[in-house]
Write a protein that binds this ligand. Structure first.
Ligand code: FE2
Ligand code: FE2
Length: 303
């Protein structure tokens, strides 16, 4: 899955062409009356509580869940991916200048994505997004500490690139599902169509980086990476925090739901893993590159 010179040149040229053609989409026209995502990508839809919500409550919960999905991508684009990829880019500048340049372009694109997602979320919920993202989605302290620790020397920790690959390939699958789903808000679908164009290149770079970094490690170090990766992934997939904050926000907008909040929270927690996310990441059809790499590096397999 390593990229040869020809493939890297093609990615570099496509990325440069995309920078040249890029125009920011117009802000969404409000009020937004359509759902943002298919209901199966919301957590409550997988619980008996979905049917008990009014249609106005279902629509709003769906839209809040769509904003939360944007935040998940923003969380990586502004912080984690920037930190890890910028360090790897510097490390590769002498040895692999073409790959390093593709990573430089990737980071430019991530900055643009972050601005797009933030502008969209801010248009829908101005009070929630003052000067940054992260209203619903904030990483837990343990995961944050661990990532900061290993992120200082990303060359030793391919698990960091595994996390980026997984999120980016998930985002491509998520965008494709949005494009195939009728009746969603066109401005949200357009946002993710634009995102898909860039991310389809990023996942190839991620897979190539994983091969490169893993080849430099001893088997025990790769196995340790796999273990930590599985732990962090389980943390990410558990509907422990951001999904619960969505429920709290829904109740703030619909106070009649307040007595049901503890039970709704319990029902979402009982899901174990976020079902919409899990459905896609478990699927080799949805995430072909990730699953092909899992065949080669079984220590990273989460099932
Ligand atoms: Fe992105
Ligand atoms: Fe990306």
């Amino acid at each position: 899955m390593s990229l040869d010179l020809e493939q890297l040149t093609a990615l570099q040229q496509a990325s440069e062409a995309a920078q040249g053609h890029y125009r920011a989409p117009p802000p969404p026209s409000l009020p937004l009356c359509q759902p943002l995502v298919a209901d199966r990508f919301t957590q409550l839809w997988h619980t008996p509580w979905w049917e008990r919500l009014s249609s106005a409550q279902q629509l709003r919960y769906n839209q809040l869940s769509g904003l939360r999905a944007n935040e998940l991508f923003m969380l990586f684009e502004a912080g984690f991916t920037q930190r890890v990829v910028a360090r790897l880019q510097r490390r590769l500048q002498q040895r692999q200048p073409l790959l390093a340049d593709c990573l430089r372009l990737m980071l430019l694109e991530e900055g643009r994505h972050h601005a797009l997602f933030l502008a969209f979320n801010r248009a829908l919920l101005p009070a929630a997004y003052g000067d940054a993202g992260g209203y619903f989605a904030r990483p837990g302290q343990l995961a944050q500490g661990l990532l900061a620790l290993v992120g200082a020397i990303p060359g030793r920790w391919p698990l960091l690139v595994w996390l980026i690959l997984l999120l980016e390939e998930f985002s491509t699958a998520f965008s494709r599902q949005l494009l195939a789903e009728p009746g969603l808000a066109p401005s949200y679908v357009e946002l993710h169509r634009l995102h898909l164009l860039d991310e389809a290149r990023h996942v190839q770079l991620d897979a190539s980086l994983i091969e490169l970094l893993s080849a430099e490690l001893r088997p025990w170090a790769n196995a340790l990476n796999g273990r930590l990766f599985r732990y962090l992934l389980a943390e990410l997939l558990a509907p422990k925090r951001s999904g619960i904050r969505v429920l709290h926000h829904l109740v703030a907008e619909f106070p009649a739901l307040r007595p049901a909040l503890p039970q709704m929270v319990a029902a979402v927690r009982a899901l174990g893993r976020d079902p919409g996310l899990a459905e896609l990441i478990d699927s080799p059809q949805a995430l072909p590159l990730t699953h092909a790499l899992l065949q080669r590096y079984p220590a990273f397999h989460w099932r």
